[in-house]
Design a binder for this molecule. Structure first.
Ligand code: SF4
Ligand code: SF4
Ligand code: F3S
Length: 266
């Protein structure tokens, strides 16, 4: 309780803010407990009260005063075309703010599929040349927490782990925490017995859909998607896309936006 709280600088590039929306809905632990008791969320331009020069001064203060000790959390990504002019923060291209803030950070968290992989704004032909964080930051440990958005409890758990154990969680080859991304949705899906039995939904409103059969033939990407949705679930463990009747679109996988995830049936 007496330990100084680790400062977190949370930046926003090209994004939709749903990663923040997810984070603030974490139920276990509550996002309010994480923010008020565990970390020192000194800067987050979406939810902080300050604006303008006062907000910019906070970035400067964290970067200089907490050199080497703060966590840089990034939501969204930098567009590189036209010298970064497609995303301007405080009068400068976001890519500059990102590089500046990363230079003194202890580690970087790439929230969501935007920061981890590029996501929809990097979809072909990617007119702004949006790139994931690791394409511009090469000299810091980067923890990828993909998903569009990531599961709220996965976000708070990752940050709680770092603050509690003062180390980054074990990562897989793609830089994702193994504890949440080592299994496919398909491995723990409650509709899996129907897959194994060859019982499939053939149309959105057919009798098999009403029976809760497997959504594979409706384009479900659960067999190729690594995430915790079928175990942790969403809304405090209540449900997840497949339970709501729609197949997984693989929103935590690299390239899902260009790889036919959206409503492509088999
Ligand atoms: Fe929004 Fe998805 Fe990007 Fe998160 S990863 S900011 S949810 S588009
Ligand atoms: Fe696998 Fe999707 Fe079928 Fe679940 S609904 S068993 S994840 S193919
Ligand atoms: Fe995304 Fe699939 Fe989970 S679409 S939210 S990874 S079930």
């Amino acid at each position: 309780e007496t330990k100084p709280r680790i400062p977190v600088l949370w930046l926003h590039g090209l994004e939709c803010t749903c990663c923040s929306e997810a984070f603030i809905r974490s139920a276990h632990p509550l996002a309010s407990d994480v923010i008020l008791s565990m970390l020192s969320l000194d800067y987050d331009d979406t939810i902080m009260a300050s604006a303008g020069h006062a907000a910019e001064a906070i970035v400067e203060e964290i970067v200089t005063k907490h050199k080497g000790n703060y966590i840089l959390a990034v939501e969204g990504n930098p567009p590189l075309n036209e010298d970064g002019m497609y995303c301007i923060i405080g009068g400068k291209p976001f890519v500059e703010q990102l590089k500046y803030a990363a230079a003194n950070a202890k580690a970087v968290i790439s929230w969501g599929s935007c920061a981890s992989w590029g996501c929809v704004q990097a979809a072909k032909p990617n007119p702004t040349q949006a790139v994931p964080v690791h394409k511009v930051i090469h000299d810091k440990p980067i923890i990828r927490v993909p998903g569009c958005p990531p599961i709220p409890e996965v976000m708070t758990a990752v940050i709680t782990y770092i603050l509690t154990f003062e180390r980054i969680p074990e990562l897989d080859r793609q830089g994702r925490p193994k504890m949440f991304y080592s299994q496919r949705i398909h491995d723990k899906c409650y509709r899996r017995p129907h897959f194994d039995a060859g019982q499939f939904v053939e149309a959105w409103d057919d009798e098999n859909a009403r029976k809760g059969y497997c959504l594979y033939k409706m384009g479900c990407k659960g067999p190729t998607t690594y995430n915790s949705c079928s175990t942790t679930r969403w809304n405090g463990g209540v449900s997840f896309p497949i339970q709501a009747g729609h197949g997984c679109i693989g929103c935590s996988e690299d390239g899902f936006w260009d790889n036919g995830s959206f409503y492509n049936r088999l």
